[in-house]
Design a binder for this molecule. Structure first.
Ligand code: PLP
Length: 454
């Protein structure tokens, strides 16, 4: 049986899909963090290059991928779509399970898809240095590689717990020539403020973003780069879903029943799901689109849909999104990439319109699904991606109970070969399940900005 569906290099998408063109109503505008008034392109220019700001706000349905970007993406794209026949057998399910493997990129996740595009647009805007944050290190590695290709300096603020737990990732970034600092650090005002309050702060993505944005704001030759959440980032990731559509065609599937992806800030899920959403909206398809998050960071399932700051020090634009509150310091679960307090505005809007679904899964069962996947398909998944596997397995078991031939597609956003400490903890029985308490979500509500009073 055919289990691997490959495209030729010449089949790689040459344009990105911008879902904003197909939304019923435009997204609520981002706000300036100081005035809480709608932020125009000029307000964002100190942190992002104009070309990316234009993409962020664009209403064009498709945007051409520049040749220089395509050339680098072709180092690993198109990525394979696989049918997980051995997993299906192990589950005894009549469902067909397909997965799109983004772990086959050079740094092991989907993140280089946008890192390369962002480095390119900064380069042609004359920028010589990019700053960013990283949690687990996947984004930092991807941007470090991309900056290296375009000869841009790269400065990464890495969440302190991850810096300590994942020295391997730090080396990857350094090999590509990036400089890496544990966050909170004493290099920035925002880092020093956090350290003054709590010298032992484990850090968070919100704090690391503040440090990176602060540095970009202070220098003309420096901009900031974000690996998820923003509209242009989700758009750069749509090459994933566009390829899956062509690959499913090769597999004889015209319309899958469900497409699943894990969500941290929403980029890999947006990347695989948005081209299918287009088919739902334009061609009358009825594919269910399911975003999966950890119960410990339940942004979509328990967060509020409200304007909130993108970072802890309130320097990044204020956006309307699902949020657990900008001062959310996540419990130290082992899926570092899924611990952001907010969620992509596009996905937040689609979720409140009922166009996508969201589920939260517990940590231990997620690692169990990862182990089953490794034992059947041979790939050790990133702990983040394991959330999508958990949900796909649950779909397959539900299809079994109902005796349905469901077609399930999930995004395997990365491999886990640099996350073995997490698997050590799992194998040693040191993981537990933690659900983020409702009271905490309510508490965060009190700290949200109130644009209507600005
Ligand atoms: C960063 C990361 C995620 C989470 O980020 P999204 O923007 O939601 O995709 C998921 N999987 C992997 C492997 C990652 O590196």
């Amino acid at each position: 049986m055919q289990t691997r569906f490959e495209l030729k290099q010449s089949d790689m998408p040459t344009r990105w899909y911008n879902v904003q063109a197909d939304l019923d109503k435009p997204l609520p505008p981002p706000l300036h963090p100081l005035t809480l008034k709608p932020a125009g392109p000029d307000d964002m220019a100190p942190i992002f290059p104009m070309a990316l700001i234009a993409q962020e706000m664009s209403g064009d349905r498709y945007i051409d991928i520049p040749d220089e970007v395509q050339e680098i993406l072709r180092l690993w794209r198109p990525t394979p779509l696989m049918r997980a026949v051995r997993l299906e057998k192990a589950l005894g399910t009549p469902a067909k399970i397909f997965f799109k493997y983004e772990g086959s990129s050079p740094t092991g996740s989907h993140k280089p898809n946008t890192a390369v595009a962002q480095a390119y647009y900064n380069k042609i805007s004359g920028i010589t240095k990019l700053t960013t944050e990283t949690g687990a290190g996947q984004w930092g590695s991807a941007l470090a590689m991309a900056c290296n290709f375009f000869d841009i300096e790269c400065k990464v603020y890495m969440v302190k717990v991850s810096y300590q737990l994942k020295p391997g990732r730090r080396s990857v970034m350094q090999l590509f020539g990036a400089s890496v600092t544990a966050s909170p650090s004493d290099e920035t005002d925002s880092g020093r403020a956090i350290l003054a309050e709590d010298p032992e702060s484990p850090g968070s993505l919100g704090i690391a973003i503040s440090e990176a944005v602060e540095v970009a704001l202070k220098r003309d030759d420096t901009k900031y780069s974000l690996g998820s959440v923003l509209n242009h980032v989700l758009m750069h990731q749509t090459v994933i879903g566009e390829e899956v559509i062509k690959q499913l065609d090769l597999a004889g599937v015209s319309e899958p029943d469900v497409v699943i992806g894990c969500v941290g800030g929403g980029s890999n899920f947006g990347g695989i799901a948005l081209p299918f959403l287009r088919q739902n909206l334009k061609d009358g398809a009825k594919t269910r689109l399911v975003a999966v998050e950890p119960m410990a960071c339940p942004t979509m399932t328990k967060g509020l849909y409200a304007y909130d700051y993108g970072d802890t020090a309130k320097m990044a634009p204020v956006i309307k999104m699902r949020t657990l509150g900008h001062d959310f310091v996540p419990p130290s679960i082992h899926a570092g990439g899924l611990r952001y307090h907010g969620m992509a505005p596009i996905l937040s809007a689609l979720h409140s319109e009922g166009l996508i679904e969201a589920v939260a899964v517990p940590q231990v069962e997620t690692f169990q699904a990862a182990q089953l996947f490794a034992q059947t398909e041979g790939i050790i998944p990133a702990p983040e991606s394991a959330h999508a596997i958990r949900a796909a397995v649950d779909e397959a078991l539900d299809a079994k109970a109902k005796e349905e031939e469901r077609t399930i597609v999930f995004g395997l956003s990365g491999h886990g070969y640099l996350d073995l400490t997490s698997y050590d903890a799992f194998l040693g029985g040191h993981l537990d399940n933690y659900a983020y308490p409702e009271e905490k979500v309510r508490e965060a509500l009190g700290k949200l900005p109130h644009p209507e009073q600005a």
